[in-house]
Design a protein around this ligand. Structure first.
Ligand code: ADP
Length: 454
């Protein structure tokens, strides 16, 4: 549905913009501006509704990755800086000292939530201040986790007690507010609440009319990532350029999916991989294959990882085998015990680059030159273009279809991001731009030149 609604909106907005830049007659400019601003409000409403229905249908995922809270807060500050200055509001950013920099969160959704809340504060505050604060406490049970409290506070018009519950429902605004004055759809807070709940959190409101409002968010058990976690670029580099010599690996994990994942990581390697479903099985596989490395999960049925490691360590023939422990536990208290049995350990969920970094300590490898690694990536990209893009191009040469053209722009954009390819980025931008103003001649040209360009 999103596609069907957004396509005509693109035309409405695109053409009013084009006309606005060409028309000189003030009598026409005014209604055109109204079309354009109403179109923009409508698009915002549509986006909100689509977002909400996606959340309600359970059709969206929280995507966890490394997030630096300070960066997120600074970004939010930057977004609103201009508006705040314009309205002469003070902005206070209060981040608790020494907050761990690297957390496992959904950065995009967190930004969306904060943009909504700070945006509202700016909208409903005429004078005074807006404060964005965050503090944290380590979780009692586990020092690898923390509880975050984020507060968005303003000295604005406030929200009457009777409305304080209902404003989290869709399409609800405080009665008596003039929509022309404040704008908005009444969807922001319901989306915000649902997003926070999806992230395992809660939101509540304290407010007094005429004094201001404070929205409190609490996110429990946010995982702290180790400070040594490598940047995305470094991780990409490690993944692309390290090539291990042939080696034997045993993976011991009771969950098949976990084993599959690691096998998949090393799909293209010269590793010989053997699997074990529990500790006893692991000991057996290790005796049989004498691997270079045993990847050992701790919590397993029949025999756990600790016992398996003890048996292996006690065996003269197996002593030299390196054990890399995989643990879901982030408890500091467990560390000494884990260190005793393993040569090193990795916290779950493991990434490909973190496993590679561990393996680099124990296995011989060579660094494939960047040129060669680029060649390998280029080959992969060409293969993807052959299967995903060229059939679409052939179809489009025969018959233009707006929907297929949009698919084309999407696929090219996806490929260009995963392969970091500028030519494809440009191409997909050109297709999108031409689609936006229905420039059919240009689209035809782009499609027919694609093969040559590639
Ligand atoms: P809208 O798009 O209308 O802002 P929201 O769901 O974000 O939708 O907010 C719903 C209503 O809650 C707003 O219309 C306003 O009446 C009230 N509200 C939200 N945030 C504040 C705030 N910081 N101060 C005063 N009123 C607020």
């Amino acid at each position: 549905m999103s596609h069907e609604i957004r396509t005509p909106m693109n035309a409405i907005l695109g053409f009013s913009e084009i006309l606005l830049s060409r028309v000189k007659d003030p009598k026409i400019i005014k209604p055109l501006k109204t079309i354009s601003s109403s179109g923009n409000s409508l698009l915002r409403l549509i986006n909100d509704i689509l977002d909400l229905s996606k959340i309600e249908a359970g059709k969206f995922d929280i995507q966890y990755s490394q997030v630096n809270l300070k960066t997120v807060f600074q970004d939010i500050t930057n977004i609103f800086q201009h508006k705040l200055q314009e309205r002469r509001l003070d902005f206070i950013l209060d981040i608790q000292k020494d907050i761990p920099e690297s957390l496992l969160m959904d950065g995009t959704r967190l930004r969306q939530v904060l943009t909504n809340l700070v945006g509202n504060s700016v909208k409903f505050t005429d004078e005074g201040y807006i404060k964005l604060a965050v503090n944290y406490k380590y979780s009692n049970s586990n020092k690898g986790l923390l509880n975050l409290k984020i507060r968005v506070e303003d000295s604005g018009i406030g929200i009457p007690v009777k409305d304080q519950k209902t404003i989290f429902e869709a399409f609800t605004q405080v009665a008596g507010q003039k929509n022309e004055q404040f704008g908005g759809t009444g969807l922001g807070l319901s989306i915000t609440k649902r997003l926070i709940e999806a992230m395992n959190g809660t939101i509540n409101l304290e407010s007094e009319v005429g004094k201001g409002s404070t929205f409190n968010i609490e996110l429990k058990n946010v995982e702290i990532l180790s400070p040594g976690a490598v940047t995305k670029e470094a991780a990409d580099f490690i993944q692309d350029s390290i090539k291990f010599k042939p080696a034997k690996i045993v993976i011991a994990d009771d969950i098949e999916y976990n084993r599959d994942l690691i096998k998949l990581f090393f799909d293209n390697s010269d590793f010989e991989i053997f699997e074990a479903e529990n500790g006893a099985d692991a000991v057996e596989q290790v005796r049989k294959h004498k691997p270079d490395i045993l990847l050992l999960d701790l919590k397993m049925p029949v025999m756990n990882g600790y016992e398996a490691a003890k048996i292996i360590r006690a065996d003269e023939n197996l002593k030299k085998i390196k054990i890399v422990v995989l643990t879901a536990s982030a408890m500091k208290e467990d560390e000494p015990a884990i260190r005793k049995i393993g040569d090193s350990y990795l916290k779950k969920p493991v990434t490909k680059s973190s496993i590679i970094q561990e393996f680099m300590k124990y296995l011989p490898y060579e660094t494939v030159g960047l040129v060669e690694s680029k060649k390998i990536t280029d080959e992969k990209l060409v293969a993807q273009i052959n299967t995903d893009v060229l059939p679409l191009i052939d179809e489009l040469i025969k018959k233009q279809s707006i929907r297929k053209l949009e698919d084309l722009a999407q696929i090219c954009l996806k490929l260009s991001t995963s392969f970091k390819n500028d030519i494809l980025t440009d191409f997909s931008k050109q297709v999108s731009a031409a689609l936006e103003c229905y420039n059919l001649d240009e689209l035809e040209k782009l499609v027919s030149n694609f093969k040559e360009m590639i």
